[in-house]
Design a protein around this ligand. Sequence first.
Ligand code: SAM
Length: 172
Amino acid sequence: MIYEPREDSLLLEKYVKKLAQGKVLDMGTGSGIQAKAALTKTKEVTAADSNPEAVAYVKKLGIKAVQSDLFSNIKGKFDTIIFNPPYLPEAEGEDKESQQITTGGKQGYELLERFLKEAKAHLNPKGIILLVYSSLTGNIEAVAKKQGFNVEVLEEQKMFFERIIVSKLFPD
Ligand SMILES: C[S@@+](CC[C@H](N)C(=O)[O-])C[C@H]1O[C@@H](n2cnc3c(N)ncnc32)[C@H](O)[C@@H]1O
């Protein structure tokens, strides 16, 4: 299943078009929406996803793509890392395939925490991470701080039961 771009994708895309620069990694690329936005700013874009279907799909669009569980198959450092992760807390009865694109773990932030832990080794000193998540994800500022990142909130969007938040993260 490939994630059909939604409000979170579009909110993040807006800031990718403004801020992506240099060597870019689009983690969890899905339909490739963020990689395509980054390609309007730079030629050096790599897309990654754990789902082979998404990797095959974006390759067909002519985007360089790698199958990878977070950074397991990613080499080198980047100036901009983009991620619209699965960020919701586990919901009862949700099937495995849908979980892979929406669920970040029992609390919601677990995958993001693992991502931030691994991202440090792949970010250039002046590099940034562009991230979207929800008010349901947990205290991302605290999670990021613990991993040595500062968080600058760029925009929040009110939805029915949650707020969607786009932030820029940079090393302390
Ligand atoms: C919410 S979708 C975002 C898709 C697209 N980037 C967008 O903005 O619309 C999350 C994506 O992360 C991918 N993903 C989930 N777990 C992952 C992991 N451990 N490593 C890499 N990608 C993962 C999913 O397959 C899915 O494509």
